[in-house]
Write a protein that binds this ligand. Structure first.
Ligand SMILES: *Cc1c(COP(=O)(O)O)cnc(C)c1O
Length: 433
């Protein structure tokens, strides 16, 4: 969909939400929305970007949006699911994923979690030599159909956001390939364990240029080739290439697209597409970010030190990273009137604040927008990934409802509740029970 098409669609969904009472200045001052048609379109573009063979499983990274109905939608659209905790694993199973469609990654898997994954047949990527020893112990007494791999750290360096870069020389994730002696130890680990048939890598999440990601994956593929050459058998049969395709938060354009990413991979590592390896991908943000938005009423406005400030109901409780690291995680803001129509008045610089009781609770500083009035609605695009699934319970602010939206051929918007708003339970209500 073109950039302006996405903005039109957002306004269409917003106006319908006001009309249908899903946004209400008294009863529902804040809500999240996911454009489910948009999600399906994005999944189609992902599937079309990769060849049909070798076999590819696109496992959605659950941490980007772990709402069970969202995971169900992705399952029905043909995706698998990547999980990194017992909680996400339970959500994936609730969403109906078959164990063979689930991949379990985490640097801190407990023995019980590993036993569960291995007995169910969920794919497991070991993160360390210690975890490999633990797998040995478990597999000595449990039968498993799981695909088992090792997460290697290709140590290709960081992208623009250090906290999101997992392939640095000292990252906590995976087994570092270039550390003294590790390549030999890894080769021996594969030699000793014929059930070790996958190689996994994930270079980072947001802020990693495509070339850096492609270089990391190329090193994982080269390592798989090295294992198979040295062992004289095709033991490694699959490469899990992780996620991390960066998202453009500046406009409605989806750049880079999955097609560009696959072109870059073909240049850097043609062997990946030779047919010798099955592929798993683990995209999260790039599947959902641009298909979701947050909407909040402006409760009051004021002018302080000459600058207009809009006090809204969306702050650190729903946009935690943006509030605490505004330069790294900037978000666009759009001004709408109380009925949801885009405001057209002359843009002026203003602060857009949240409801939390600390001064830094600002979604945007000095942002140029049509002047917001009390009763208006601010829309925060591109919040479909991570924002809805990662609440911050500051000030006991409740998690808002999240609604899925579909627009039918006649232009009517129908909504599906993806998460109810969290109830507020005053102590007096409990005392009465
Ligand atoms: C977070 C994560 C992903 C998803 O990253 P995105 O940037 O959301 O695509 C994939 N794989 C692993 C191992 C992760 O930790």
């Amino acid at each position: 969909m073109s950039g302006s098409g996405k903005a039109d669609r957002r306004e269409w969904i917003l106006r319908a939400a006001v009309q249908q009472g899903l946004l209400d200045p008294e009863a529902a001052v804040l809500a999240g929305f996911i454009d489910l048609d948009g999600v399906n379109e994005t999944v189609r573009s992902l599937r079309n970007a990769f060849p049909d063979s070798p076999r590819v499983l696109h496992a959605f990274a659950a941490k980007a949006n772990c709402l069970v109905p969202v995971l169900e939608e992705l399952r029905v659209s043909g995706m698998g699911c990547e999980v990194a905790s017992a909680g996400e694993l339970a959500q994936a199973l609730d969403a109906g994923f078959e164990p063979a469609q689930i991949v379990f990654d985490s640097p801190a898997k407990t023995r019980a979690e590993l036993v569960q994954a291995l007995t169910l047949g969920i794919a497991v990527n070991a993160d360390s030599f210690q975890e490999l020893s633990r797998l040995d112990e478990i597999l000595a007494t449990h039968r498993s159909d799981s695909r088992i791999g090792v997460r290697i750290n290709p140590q290709v360096g960081a992208g623009s956001i250090t906290a999101m870069s997992t392939a640095t020389s000292t990252s906590k994730f995976g087994i570092p390939l270039e550390d003294e002696g590790n390549r030999q130890r890894l080769l021996q680990a594969y030699r000793d364990r014929p059930w070790l048939t996958w190689v996994h890598t994930h270079v980072g999440s947001q802020g990693c240029p495509l070339d850096l990601i492609a270089r990391g994956i190329a090193k994982a593929v080269e390592f798989a080739e090295e294992v198979n050459d040295r062992l004289g058998r095709r033991q490694v049969t699959g490469i899990d290439i992780g996620g991390g395709l960066p998202v453009n938060f500046d406009s409605d354009e989806t750049t880079p697209g999955f097609g560009t990413y696959v072109d870059r991979l073909r240049e850097q590592t043609p062997v990946l597409f030779s047919g010798a390896y099955e592929i798993i991908t683990e995209f999260g943000r790039s599947v959902l970010a641009k298909n979701g938005f947050t909407a909040a009423y402006v409760e009051y406005t004021k002018t302080v030190g000459g600058r207009p400030i809009a006090i809204t109901h969306a702050g650190a409780q729903v946009a935690t990273r943006t509030v605490f690291a505004p330069d790294t995680w900037p978000l666009r803001i759009e001004a709408h009137d109380p009925r949801g129509r885009a405001k057209q008045s002359r843009p002026v610089p203003q602060d857009i604040a949240g409801p939390c009781c600390f001064a830094g609770d600002l979604l945007a500083r000095n942002r140029t927008l049509p002047l917001l009035d009390a009763g208006d609605i601010v829309v925060v695009p591109d919040t479909g990934a991570y924002y809805f699934s990662t609440p911050f319970h500051y000030n006991s602010l409740p998690e808002p409802a999240v609604h899925g939206a579909r627009v039918n051929a006649g232009g009517r918007v129908t909504f599906q509740l993806l998460r109810p708003a969290q109830a507020v339970h005053p102590a007096s209500a409990l005392a009465g029970t």
